[in-house]
Design a protein around this ligand. Structure first.
Ligand code: HEC
Ligand code: HEC
Ligand code: HEC
Ligand code: HEC
Ligand code: HEC
Length: 158
């Protein structure tokens, strides 16, 4: 190898190691997770968060549709729980950093007990799996990526 190639080879090696380290690092240690691991009854899904933002070129707000002025997006599951049950009713308040977020579902600064007419209509808020299936697949249908009945295992581990 000619000497003048050595610096560029060194840079490529360093960048490759940095890229591999970024990919393998646990999502929690980064502001923008590289991957999000989702355990669920359909088989674990490893969502390539960083590819979706950098390589496929989507903006944060394309998926985090409720940024509500936050630097760090609110987790989907804070608003899209597995079910709008007793547990959600009792605990959801502490998932939100600002009162502005409450107004996404409530008309006013809410306090228990809510009057019947102040209860959010959950028919229009998808639960967790519906929110993910809905968002992942509607974009894939339009832009490429797995969707539909025969692609389950392109997202889910067997
Ligand atoms: C293609 C869709 C998509 C794009 C684009 C995207 N994200 Fe995400 N992001 C997700 C999904 C899905 C999750 C998992 C959320 C969950 O499990 O509730 C997530 C999780 C996160 C989390 C962890 C949230 C938590 O508390 O668990 C952060 C932080 C985050 N994204 C930041 C960003 C930022 C900043 C951008 C833009 C640079 C971005 N995301 C772009 C879909 C996306
Ligand atoms: C602050 C609360 C909040 C957060 C955080 C949030 N959502 Fe939503 N989302 C809602 C509400 C409320 C609706 C009901 C329809 C509406 O008002 O837009 C909704 C509707 C949806 C819908 C159906 C309508 C549509 O836009 O296609 C999908 C799919 C969805 N959300 C996916 C997600 C995903 C995936 C994330 C995380 C990347 C997320 N949401 C984060 C509150 C939230
Ligand atoms: C994703 C939608 C959503 C967001 C965001 C949200 N809530 Fe709620 N909240 C609900 C639903 C659904 C209920 C249950 C209503 C019912 O009883 O049918 C509820 C109920 C409540 C109740 C009544 C609890 C009880 O014991 O009956 C209070 C208080 C409340 N929310 C406060 C808040 C506050 C404070 C915030 C913001 C920090 C907030 N909520 C954000 C959907 C939401
Ligand atoms: C805003 C659009 C958009 C959303 C939302 C989205 N994707 Fe994708 N996804 C893409 C595109 C574009 C590709 C690349 C397709 C190609 O190059 O063939 C892709 C590719 C994939 C692939 C195959 C390659 C890879 O990176 O692993 C998987 C698996 C995947 N997406 C899973 C998901 C999951 C799971 C979600 C929801 C949590 C999701 N996607 C949400 C646009 C999106
Ligand atoms: C684009 C990626 C993608 C495809 C394709 C996909 N899923 Fe999913 N699926 C997800 C994600 C993301 C979740 C939510 C994981 C979580 O809750 O953390 C999920 C959740 C589930 C759940 C758990 C539901 C619950 O309520 O706990 C089941 C079951 C499931 N999927 C079955 C299927 C089947 C069957 C197919 C094929 C017909 C399929 N999925 C196709 C991404 C995908």
């Amino acid at each position: 190898m000619k000497n003048r190639y050595i610096p560029i080879t060194a840079i490529v090696v360093v960048l490759s190691i940095a890229a591999a380290a970024g990919f393998l690092m646990p999502p929690a240690s980064q502001e923008v997770p590289a991957r999000v691991v989702m355990d669920n009854s359909g088989g674990r899904v490893i969502f390539t968060h960083l590819y979706h933002t950098e390589d496929y070129g989507f903006a944060c707000a394309d998926c985090h549709h409720d940024e509500i002025g936050q630097d760090t997006p609110i987790a989907c599951g804070s608003c899209h729980p597995p079910a709008f049950d007793e547990k959600f009713r009792a605990e959801h308040q502490k998932n939100f950093p600002t009162e502005e977020a409450c107004l996404r579902c409530h008309y006013d600064t809410p306090e228990a007990p809510l009057a019947e007419e102040d209860k959010p209509d959950t028919d229009f808020i998808p639960t967790r799996a519906d929110a993910f299936h809905g968002q992942c697949m509607s974009c894939h249908e339009e832009m490429g990526g797995p969707y539909g009945d025969d692609t389950c295992y392109e997202c889910h581990a067997r």
